[in-house]
Design a protein around this ligand. Structure first.
Ligand code: HEC
Ligand code: HEC
Length: 282
């Protein structure tokens, strides 16, 4: 009996210490793969085959935030579950381009990356940021790799570096239409936040006691960095898939996880541009 007690006394403090140690081992192994890295030059060379480029494109689509809005789920229909169309099978679906727009797959894919607003897929709003601008910031070579990857979804990759038209100076400077619209006004954003009861759990400023974290730009940036995403993409993910990343200091299962199915693309855009706007300092 006495020995068991001593043993327990010795062991009890060790267990949490081991758990903490285990966490750090896990954490330090996990960080390098998922940390957001500012878009960097990848080893893409002009000699690469379309198949090699498609493999690089697979990673780019994951790393640069496309999956915050798109799903790639075979047999889930064009709509899928995302804020943007399901990209599975896109090469087959768009083999002849789109009505009133480019009439071949490659030109259409390049246009949908450089000027997403030029042709809007039916049923969706103009919320996709042009891929050569923040947050994805794809270079010309990376756009080529992503086009090859998209071609492999229901078809075969064929483009090599140099095959795609480079974006016109105009498109590079300012993408068409509202592809990068001005931040939403505070009034519009408040109306949306109220409509979905966001403000019952979140305050717009620090210092008010609510069940969820206040929308303070500095701490949201910290969460975004911990998650390895830019602030915009982190906000989109937090709203559409709140379980994907949980801040340790707030309850995990409280935020409804079905906003993705209710909020319209325009409303999502209003909330995200407002919460991330640089003017919202406080
Ligand atoms: C903020 C959400 C969002 C992000 C991030 C986003 N997209 Fe989109 N995307 C959309 C929406 C919404 C549409 C449909 C409206 C349109 O055509 O612009 C779309 C359309 C597309 C299309 C045309 C689909 C079709 O069926 O014709 C392609 C291709 C595409 N996106 C690829 C990408 C890639 C690659 C990335 C990452 C570099 C990306 N998107 C990032 C929301 C997004
Ligand atoms: C019932 C309470 C509740 C409601 C309603 C709710 N949230 Fe949350 N939300 C939380 C909690 C709790 C967290 C922190 C835990 C987590 O990370 O999931 C959170 C996390 C977040 C984060 C991440 C914040 C950070 O600092 O990292 C964002 C952004 C967010 N919510 C936006 C919204 C928006 C926008 C709405 C309305 C469309 C909303 N929430 C509605 C409870 C709620």
């Amino acid at each position: 009996m006495a020995t068991t007690m001593t043993f327990r006394r010795l062991v009890t403090p060790i267990v949490p210490a081991l758990a903490v140690l285990g966490f750090f081992v896990w954490f330090s192994n996990w960080i390098p793969q998922t940390r957001w890295e500012p878009p960097r030059a990848r080893a893409i060379s002009a000699q690469m085959t379309p198949a090699d480029l498609a493999r690089i494109g697979t990673n780019l689509v994951r790393e640069r935030g496309c999956l915050a809005c798109h799903t790639i789920e075979p047999n889930a229909g064009v709509k899928g579950q995302g804020r943007g169309p399901n990209l599975a099978g896109i090469a087959a679906r768009r083999a002849k381009g789109v009505p009133g727009g480019p009439s071949d797959l490659v030109t259409y894919l390049a246009q949908s990356l450089y000027e997403p607003g030029a042709y809007l897929v039916e049923g969706y709003a103009n919320i996709m940021p042009a891929s050569h601008r923040p947050p994805a910031k794809l270079t010309y070579e990376e756009v080529t790799a992503v086009v090859d990857y998209l071609m492999s979804l229901g078809g075969a990759p064929t483009v090599k570096i140099g095959d795609l038209a480079r974006p016109s100076a105009e498109a590079a400077r300012a993408p068409a239409g509202a592809a990068t619209p001005a931040p939403a006004s505070a009034a519009d954003a408040s109306a949306v936040l109220e409509k979905y009861n966001c403000l019952t759990c979140h305050a717009l400023k620090a210092g008010e006691d609510r069940p969820g974290p206040p929308f303070v730009p500095a701490t949201m940036r910290e969460s975004a960095a911990a998650r390895g995403l830019s602030l915009d993409l982190y906000l989109i993910e937090s709203i559409v898939q709140p379980r994907a990343f949980v801040r340790g200091d707030f309850p995990a299962d409280l935020m409804p996880d079905d906003y993705g199915a209710q909020i319209t693309a325009g409303e999502l855009h209003t909330i995200v541009t407002y919460l991330s706007s640089p003017e919202r300092k406080q």
